[in-house]
Ligand binder design. Sequence first.
Ligand SMILES: [Zn+2]
Length: 263
Amino acid sequence: MKCIFCENINRAKSIEHIVPESFGNKNYTLEKGVVCDKCNNSFSNFEGKALTNSVFVMERCRFGIATKKGKPVKGKVNDLVVQADSDFKKNLITFKSVDPKNLKLIDPKTGAMALTVETFDKSESAVSKLLLTMGLESLYKSQKGLYNKYDFSELRDYIMNRNGIDWPFVDSQFTMPSFKSIPTFYDKHLLNKAHCKLQFREYNTNTLLFKFVYGGVEMMTNLLNRDLEWIAEQNFTKSNSALHPEHYRKKIKTVGNASYENP
Ligand SMILES: [Zn+2]
């Protein structure tokens, strides 16, 4: 079997979970060899970081999901320590090292507070790699037509660390309609128990968008290249704070027909 990332012929021993097991996915997997053991092992570095040092850790705690080793979820986003309930109770999260400036009283009667949590802890590059691997693997599994139609060499080179250190993606503040499910009638049930959706949109010949929805978190990226035109064309107002990593935000004003404007 030929690995879909490094393209080496291999006899892998392990099965690749398209959405990491630590998100709660048990059954949406690829057969042995579609991803070689070497690639599979190297992915665990960015997967671990994306799962525990970004906003994803909050959702994993909220859902009471067990880690791959069967333990309650624990993570850290900047200085904030986030810990799930030890009995896997849903919607119970313990926070440690809370910075008082991130707390705001929302109801003086009950004393209820709102806590602002940052989205990433230097985990942008890890999250982008996680999105791209899930995107390519899910297309291979459920949308072979799209997988064969497009050239994913820029994605492959990035995942194999051959070109650059990051890749742009946007979070849920950036909305866009007309997405379709990647899993189809035939394999949708495999993801039933995981709280996630994998979707695509063919935006133009240069842009195949992949969207990952996990609980209340949504992330979107172009699987074909780092072009920012699709973001500029959407004219997304307020601020361009939904675009990550941050250095891409400066570029958005000058691409395409410069449709981005300051609010
Ligand atoms: Zn490989």
